[in-house]
Write a new protein. Structure first.
Length: 365
């Protein structure tokens, strides 16, 4: 059988695209090299707890169209992302807000907090930040940067903040209110029943083939589809013609503990550089679980190397320039389109993934 579309990747982007195409009567084959659908939003169940296999995924958006779209496939709970940060033996609320500033400086009013921050920024005299460290210091001052930004960022990127470009941080979220909601978006939550069901429903009407490598399939069946959506690594698609792009990856250490509540919050960041992981996720709190045991995952950022999962691109000037060369090749393709964070070499929140997939599908009309 020849399909209208071969869709490489059964994550959100590929699944939304497949859903839109099958709604229009197109035939789709969706393949994935993994043994499951749903990409990085995949959750597995253990002891009645839904474990976010590839890290925390909290849906949030201000786009009403995207919110209405995703709510066709699942109801969302009232979860609000309110992480906390631990720096040595000190605990702080995130994002940086009046709870944070009160803990840092023993102050109570926004005016006091603004005075402290501005005094620290002025004392530094940074007018033209040359790297991420100077950029962050010029935005939040010394204390917030040292305790809550520096170590976490260096672990996340695997580089000293002085060696990272300033443009990585365009702003840092400072709020002069006692609001612990990390996101500013109008809509937020976790799907009741998890993300897998959403992707399952999106893929209804498509043929799905797991444990399947795209390049092997193309060698065996080069004419399997009229058009291809590729959501994998764009540099791999072109066999690294201009050289490999850089990615970051994440390693997880997950364990079940014989207690009902380990840390009292779904997300706890560890901002000291000496602590090797960036955060601990306690999965049951995403869905207000009351199970007798709990499951936690420690996150260890790492450089991507072949054979491990790439999570997000390293969008510095060098890699963006290299991606531009691959994008120029992609623009010449007649039967292949690229999508997703790896195909577009761009970090996407989930709502942006859905919006981009809908836009790509609309362009196929």
């Amino acid at each position: 059988m020849k399909y209208d579309y071969l869709i490489v990747g059964a994550g959100l982007y590929g699944a939304v695209f497949a859903h839109e195409m099958t709604r229009r009567g197109k035939s789709c084959l969706v393949i994935d090299k993994r043994d499951h659908i749903a990409g990085n939003v995949y959750c597995r169940e253990q002891s009645g707890i839904r474990v976010h296999q590839y890290g925390a995924h909290i849906f949030h958006t201000s786009d009403r169209r995207v919110w209405d779209y995703i709510n066709q496939f699942a109801e969302f709970n009232q979860y609000i992302n309110s992480p906390v940060a631990i720096y040595h033996d000190e605990l702080y609320n995130l994002p940086f807000n009046m709870n944070t500033f009160s803990r840092l400086w023993g102050i109570r009013t926004p005016a006091e907090a603004k005075t402290v921050i501005q005094k620290q920024i002025s004392a530094l005299g940074i007018t033209n930040p040359q790297n991420l460290e100077e950029q962050a210091l010029s935005l939040v001052g010394t204390d917030v940067y040292t305790k809550l930004v520096k170590g976490y960022t260096e672990k996340q990127w695997g580089r000293d903040c002085k060696a990272l470009p300033a443009f990585i941080i365009k702003r840092l979220p400072i709020r002069f209110t006692f609001d612990n909601n990390y996101f500013n978006d109008r809509y937020q939550g976790i799907p009741v029943g998890g993300y897998n069901q959403i992707v399952e429903k999106l893929l209804e009407g498509s043929d799905v083939q797991l444990n399947t490598d795209y390049f092997d399939l193309c060698r065996e069946l080069p004419d399997i589809a009229g058009r291809t959506l590729f959501t994998g690594m764009i540099d791999a698609f072109y066999d690294y013609w201009f050289g490999p792009l850089a990615y970051r990856s994440v390693r997880f250490e997950t364990e079940e503990l014989p207690m009902d509540n380990y840390q009292g919050n779904a997300v706890v960041n560890y901002t000291a550089r000496e602590v090797p992981y960036t955060r601990i996720i306690e999965h049951k709190h995403f869905e207000f679980g009351t199970q007798p045991t709990t499951i936690i995952s420690r996150e260890y950022p790492m450089e991507w190397t072949p054979g491990i999962e790439p999570y997000y691109p390293v969008n510095d000037e060098e890699n963006n320039a290299l991606y531009g060369k691959y994008r120029a090749l992609a623009a010449k393709e007649k039967t292949v389109i690229f999508g997703g964070r790896l195909g577009h070499y761009r970090y996407y929140d989930m709502d942006k993934v859905i919006a981009a997939a809908l836009e790509a599908a609309a362009a196929e009309q």
